[in-house]
Design a protein around this ligand. Structure first.
Ligand SMILES: NC(=O)c1ccc[n+]([C@@H]2O[C@H](COP(=O)([O-])OP(=O)(O)OC[C@H]3O[C@@H](n4cnc5c(N)ncnc54)[C@H](O)[C@@H]3O)[C@@H](O)[C@H]2O)c1
Length: 439
């Protein structure tokens, strides 16, 4: 196996996992981040995010000397005399107010790489970006590459999911390489060779579109089953059975067919919006994506709507909210549905007692959680409440002792926003139960 010197710019959920995993498979990696606090923590041997399996992997590769950290791109691409052959851009691409992706960090990194690279360099876009970003990155590098150093730009979108990021990186369904030269393709194939993964080589624009199209498709699948769940609620059918019946069809598959209170997180909402925006800018009105967003917006108000149906007057009543992160096994609170759920409850004068296994500190810092009581554990959250709402399906909530919970509650109203309980069992215990799309 051929190992390479690699620089990863942006040491967040994607960059840090990418850097640590590339080091694990034998490359020498330097991660760069502009956030001094994050960098300090990483240099002290502490990872600033919660990601299963990352801690042990991180310690191993740091100890082996294959993963290091630098505070600037200049230092990162020539670290201790070694020149990075490949520079991954893994910085954030957050949404602008108009829905487009803010690519200013991508541009800033491209400019700095161009100013400091000193031999053939492959600049890889790993951040999720709209189609044609590769062309802009290339143009930027050309402008600031005053000495004519040879380079190539590659699009290598990342498909990992938070909560299983290390596994996803190490055993990917596919590695997509959008390239414009054979030289870059050979180098990128060498980078990923140890994974023995299926590699799909495309042109730059197709690779960029694969990422936006994939995320938007997954979001569409979720909104589709959520729309079906609304109909189930109207006619008294069970969306879980409907989803099971659909998922057994191999052309459909069972994944991403769990009805719930809507999707959030740093990827689906913004990627859907950015995909719509770029399509429109290019002259195609991708209306389907708007419908996907509308279904999701409605779904995010499920808890507030159900609570009104169940509790009549809401002012002064107390609701326990279990789970705050946008999904289990991560500490990521960005665009988490809990933010909208809690805001909806607070607007109606409801007192909120919240619990999450890992993200209490992050939640406490958000304005939407002002006035929320943060409980010690799930049973403490439930104490004295008029209703319990499950917002994130952390595994420990699935084994909640419902008998014990009922005794702690003022009134036994259970809003199962992720369909983790058996409605018949909950009702047999005396709960007034509502699940998403369940009779
Ligand atoms: N989080 C995911 O699950 C996921 C999955 C696939 C793709 N993506 C995409 O990957 C990209 C990064 O996402 P993330 O979740 O890792 O974000 P993040 O916010 O966790 O990480 C981005 C990091 O980049 C750093 N940064 C920003 N500008 C910089 C600069 N000029 N120089 C050096 N460092 C800089 C930030 O300090 C931050 O630590 C986004 O485009 C996202 O859409 C994310």
């Amino acid at each position: 196996m051929k190992s390479h010197d690699v620089c990863v710019v942006g040491a967040g959920y994607v960059g840090l996992v990418t850097g640590a995993c590339l080091a694990e498979i034998g490359h020498r990696v330097v991660c760069v981040d502009s956030d001094p606090r994050k960098l300090k923590s990483l240099k002290a041997g502490k990872i600033p995010i919660h990601e299963p399996g990352l801690d042990a992997l991180f310690r191993r590769v740091v100890r082996s000397g294959r993963l290091s950290f630098a505070s600037s791109v200049e230092e990162g691409i020539r670290y201790k005399g070694r020149r990075a052959a490949v520079v991954f851009i893994a910085v954030g691409t957050p949404p602008r107010a108009d829905g487009s992706a803010d690519l200013s960090s991508v541009e800033a990194v491209a400019e700095t790489v161009a100013r400091h690279m000193s031999g053939y360099t492959v600049i890889v876009d790993k951040s999720t970006v709209p189609v044609e970003t590769g062309d802009w990155v290339s143009k930027t590098i050309q402008r600031f590459n005053k000495t004519g150093v040879p380079y190539d730009v590659v699009s290598n979108p990342e498909f990992l999911s938070e909560g299983s990021a290390v596994k996803d990186f190490m055993k990917p369904d596919r590695v997509v390489l959008g390239v414009s030269s054979k030289r870059a393709e050979i180098l990128m194939r060498e980078i990923y060779a140890p994974l023995k993964a299926t590699v799909l080589v495309t042109d730059l624009k197709s690779a960029e579109l694969i990422k936006h199209a994939s995320n938007s498709f997954l979001a569409t699948k979720i909104s589709y089953i959520n729309a079906v769940s609304s109909l189930c609620e109207k006619v008294g059918a069970d969306v879980k059975m409907v989803a099971q019946g659909m998922g057994l069809d191999r052309r459909i598959g069972p994944l991403f067919l769990n009805a719930g209170i809507g999707f959030g997180g740093f990827c689906f909402p913004k990627d859907l919006e950015a995909f719509y925006w770029i399509s429109r800018q290019k002259g195609y009105d991708f209306k389907l994506l708007k419908s996907v967003q509308e279904v999701n917006e409605r779904q995010l108000s499920w808890v507030s709507r159900k609570i009104e149906e169940k509790l009549w007057n809401l002012e002064g009543k107390t609701v326990a909210v279990l789970g705050l992160t946008f999904k289990p096994n991560t500490d990521d609170m960005r665009f988490a549905p809990s933010i909208q759920v809690v805001a909806g409850l607070r607007e109606r004068g409801v007192k909120v007692r919240a619990f999450d296994p890992v993200s209490m500190e992050r939640a406490r810092a958000l304005p939407a959680f002002k006035g929320v009581h943060f409980a010690k554990n799930e049973y403490d959250a439930i104490k004295g409440c008029d209703a319990l709402a499950v917002v994130t399906e952390w595994p420990q909530f699935k084994s909640l002792d419902l008998r014990r919970a009922k005794k702690l509650m003022r009134t036994a109203v259970l809003l199962d926003g992720r369909n983790i309980f058996d409605p018949a069992k909950a009702r047999a215990l005396g709960f007034d139960y509502a699940g998403v799309g369940r009779p």
